[in-house]
Design a protein around this ligand. Structure first.
Ligand code: 9PG
Length: 532
């Protein structure tokens, strides 16, 4: 039985409405009627016990947030143990949910957003949201007490009339059964974009890109990629994050159009990275239009420390949305790009307002992007998961891969959104059910190259195979010109792996089973990935 309570502040004092639901199967909508006022708390609790060998999945706030399956004694440390000065200096609490969610850091306590499941072998108990508009559905599980709490993240939002306190979906059964059931109840159309493979400039050159570098990698890609593949220019083409109307003239003196023409002449689709809802300190946009920045308690909202610090733009300012319309018009119509990788999207909605919840604002931001990118493809990145469902064609499900297995030792105890190949693979595995249902998943890039990389051949193979089996986007940042015949052969076989059928992940035995060209195959997952 689920018992719920809604508390609001009304002119005549606080109001509390309660109720319970006994039939917890399929869609469960808790709707209540409230006087005019302000929501204070919307919570529910249900008893839920787990066996010692049961696994708990609590979806992390945004795409980069590491969220492995937990055991009943596990905790989510969050930023606990990091000095406040370090958190503030790097804005670490801004990349995830830390600035609005409490991390108790106690054994047995875990939390997550929009969906969670409890898994014993192949049996799943899924509890998921059917609508995040009224507020993120925040799950908090207490394994010791055997209780699941559900909170609607909507404090401070005005109410009056009907409130959808909770829109939930409950299912128990096999993996496909519960996830098909959830997406069926969501009523999302199946993703229409085809799977894509290709190149991204980030994970080799990083921001050190220019026309010559892109032409060199394009020449390499022509020797290996297939017609229709993606050639995606990542961060580094712009003078400053936020200033999207012109590329950096020193790096791209001829502009981007000639390069796009070359990409098209090679038979590829052209992709460009942008972070539309943020701008860096010192950008033109920030200097010329301080009024475009989202104001939180009288100042701009820092979203993190990349590029020396960057801030949220205010999507309620019509000048901001006008500007972004002009940006996308130029990117698509004047420059001729086919796809945009839209990043750091979480910056659009660190808060809600009295008119809408935080999630409602994020959904509105995603709807805006879908509208201004109509007819073109979007690859979402750095975005809370469920607001992106059905609104982007492709979407990351994991953090960035590092050029080694798990980043440098001193970087390991930071935020859950940190860069790590090990954690990227982990998230690709536990969020595999989204691929083909919510969008086509981008597991981030894989590598076969030797230089500028400290992964073993086994690690490269593992990353490349997991990405091929569980993702719908298959990019590398290698320059294929450096591949010898053996690597070319490996690359082609990896691409064939994307056609594998009946892909089943068995995390208890640590393996992925699939069928390829009529033969049953197994990919063993190493201990060091599973963390046991
Ligand atoms: C470009 C990059 C690439 C990459 C994106 C994103 O938590 N962090 O500090 C953090 C910083 C950067 C980052 C991810 C996480 O990378 O995922 O593919 O486009 O931006 O700047």
């Amino acid at each position: 039985m689920l018992e719920w309570t809604v508390t609001a502040d009304a002119p005549d004092g606080p109001v509390s409405v309660r109720g319970s639901v006994t039939e917890l199967s399929g869609p469960v909508h808790v709707v209540c009627s409230l006087p005019e006022g302000t929501l204070r708390q919307v919570t529910a609790a249900l008893p839920l016990t787990v066996e010692p060998d049961e696994r708990i999945f609590m979806n992390g706030y945004q795409t980069w947030t590491y969220c492995p399956e937990y055991g009943p004694k596990d905790r989510i440390r969050g930023l606990h143990g990091l000095p406040r000065s370090v958190v503030d200096r790097h804005g670490l609490d801004r990349y995830g949910d830390y600035h609005f969610v409490d991390y108790p850091n106690k054994p047995g306590l875990t939390h997550g957003f929009s969906w969670c499941y409890f898994r014993r072998g192949e049996r799943y108990r899924l509890i998921a949201s059917l609508d995040e508009g009224p507020g993120y559905t925040l799950f908090r599980y207490d394994a010791g007490r055997g209780e699941l709490r559900v909170e609607r993240d909507c404090a401070g939002v005005r109410c009056g009339g009907e409130l959808h306190a909770f829109d939930l979906y409950f299912a128990e059964g096999g993996e496909d059964q519960v996830f098909d059931g959830w997406f069926g109840a969501l009523g999302l159309p199946a993703p229409s974009a085809p799977p894509v493979a290709g190149y991204s400039s980030w994970y080799n050159r990083y921001e050190r890109i220019d026309q010559a570098a892109m032409q060199a990698d394009l020449a390499g890609c022509r020797t290996l990629l297939e017609p229709g593949d993606l050639f995606q220019i990542d961060d580094g083409w712009e003078s400053a994050v936020g200033d999207w109307m012109e590329p950096d003239g020193r790096k791209f003196p001829r502009g981007l159009r000639p390069l796009v023409d070359e990409i098209h002449a090679a038979g590829f689709q052209a992709g460009l990275w942008l972070a539309p809802f943020v701008c860096r300190k010192g950008s033109q946009v920030m200097t010329a239009h301080p009024g475009w920045l989202l104001q939180v308690e009288g100042g701009p909202w820092l979203c993190g420390s990349n590029w020396g610090g960057f801030y949220s733009l205010d999507i309620d300012n019509p000048e901001v949305t006008d500007y972004l319309r002009r940006v996308f018009d130029r990117v698509f119509r004047e420059w001729g790009f086919d796809l945009v990788k839209l990043d750091f999207l979480y910056g659009a909605a660190p808060f809600g307002s009295e008119r809408e919840s935080r999630a409602g604002r994020m959904i509105r931001a995603m709807d805006f992007l879908r509208q201004v990118c109509a007819g073109k493809r979007i690859l979402g990145c750095g975005v809370p998961l469920m607001p992106a469902f059905g609104r982007v064609d492709y979407c990351r499900v994991s953090c960035d891969v590092s050029l080694d297995w798990d980043d440098k030792w001193r970087n390991r105890r930071t935020h859950r959104e940190r860069v790590s190949t090990r954690q990227a693979i982990g998230n690709t595995i536990v969020r595999r059910q989204l691929n083909g249902r919510a969008y086509l998943s981008d597991p981030d890039v894989f590598f076969l190259r030797e230089d500028n990389l400290r992964l073993s051949w086994e690690q490269k193979q593992l990353l490349a195979r997991v990405n091929a089996l569980l993702g719908g986007v298959y990019l590398t940042s290698d320059d294929p010109a450096d591949y010898d015949e053996t690597k070319r052969d490996v690359y082609r076989r990896l691409r064939a792996l994307r056609r594998a059928e009946d892909v089943r992940v068995d995390l208890d035995r640590g393996r992925i089973c699939y069928r390829l060209e009529g033969k049953d195959e197994v990919l063993e997952l190493p201990e060091k990935l599973l963390g046991r």
